[in-house]
Unconditional design. Sequence first.
Length: 112
Amino acid sequence: MLQQIARPSQRLNFRIKTPDDVWVIWSCGGCEDTARVRDLSLGGLFIETRGPRAIGAEVHLDFLLCEGQIRAKATVLRVEPCCGLGLKFTAINAEDRPHMVSLMDRFRSWSE
């Protein structure tokens, strides 16, 4: 009988579940689409999409939110077929970082 060994989470940042109205415009490999953001942290996010991408693929993200525009780059870390992609931020525009902090503060207060 095979036993599964529980692995501790490798995540460095706590992810916050987002409200249903949080969407991102994303592009990868010449294709552009919109996707709902399921959860978010300062280190990454999970987007709901049926369009699979390769692990390690670079993704460009554009959030348009009440906090202001947030432009970022990420890489695909996890693919859940027919569900979505786990992305790790690799860069966030310096002028957009305060907007990301405000966004995370809003979601923290929303989830409490």
